[in-house]
Every structure is written in C-alpha cells, then in structure tokens.
Write a new protein. Structure first.
Length: 154
C-alpha cells in the first residue's frame, strides 16, 4: 500500500495585491517562527497577507501586519493575530537581500504562504519595486487580454 500524506489539504494563500502593486526582482522562500495555535490556523487557511510587509531589525528579517486568525478551538490559549514574526533564511540570502533592500525604492513583499511536504509553514517573499500608474494600467490590459483568450478557447 502506498504511504498516505497526512497533509492532504493544500494550503496556498496568495497576496494578489502584491503582484499588482510591485514588480518582482528576486523571490525567496523562508520559514516562519510560529507560536502555539498559529500553525493550526494556517492549516485552516485563515491567513491574510494584504497589509503585510517585511523589514530588517538586528540583521534579521521580520514580517509585520500578517494576520493569522485566532484558532477557534483554543479558548484562552490563543495567539495575537497580528504580531511580528521572524522569517528564517540562510545567512547568505539574508546578506544579499539586505544589501539590495538598502537601495532606494526597493521593498520586501510577502507573496504567498504555503505548507510544504513536511508540514512546515513557509512564506515566499519577493524583493520588489513599486509600479507606476501606467505600469498598473498595462498589467490590467494584459490580464484582460489573457481572460479574453481563455474565453475564446472554450
């Protein structure tokens, strides 16, 4: 008999607003330092990345304003929904990211939260440059054209 994966529910929560607001330069996958019931809420898919952003403090990368809803079955042992969370990256990646982040106009944006094959919560962050208004309009036109092609195919 084939071994069954105990993490059958696929969790892939995306920050759709980020791809509209920013042009991505580099992408990194990082681990999250979680407390208590946060992983259970993530497995239920109760995460919001819309207002989240990343920053450096003491040569470590943190994410702020990422909302993980309180776990419903936890009673009074619940976590703070919008606390700062540390991101786990390798030293070389952190140094590279910090050097690029120091440049003017670049931001570190969380793109998606997912659970890997081992059942660990991971977050994908991107080094991005803010889009201008005309770039956003161009993105919308491309999106509409893609949608029209999909409709014609069916």
């Amino acid at each position: 008999m084939a071994k069954k994966n105990k993490f059958e529910k696929i969790i892939n929560i995306k920050n759709k607003k980020a791809s509209f607001e920013f042009e991505f330069i580099d992408k990194y996958k990082a681990g999250l330092v979680l407390k208590g019931t946060e992983i259970k809420s993530i497995r239920e898919g109760k995460v919001s990345l819309t207002e989240a952003y990343c920053y450096f403090r003491n040569n470590e990368l943190f994410i702020k304003q990422m909302h993980i809803a309180p776990y419903t079955l936890a009673a009074h042992f619940n976590h703070d929904p919008v606390r700062e969370r540390k991101l786990l990256l390798q030293k070389q990646e952190l140094k590279k990211l910090q050097n690029k982040f120091a440049e003017k106009g670049l931001t570190i944006v969380p793109i998606r939260v997912f659970i890997n094959d081992k059942g660990l919560a991971k977050i994908e962050v991107a080094l991005g440059k803010g889009k201008k208004v005309h770039d956003k309009r161009h993105s919308l036109k491309e999106k509409d054209a893609k949608r029209d092609l999909q409709r014609m195919a069916f």
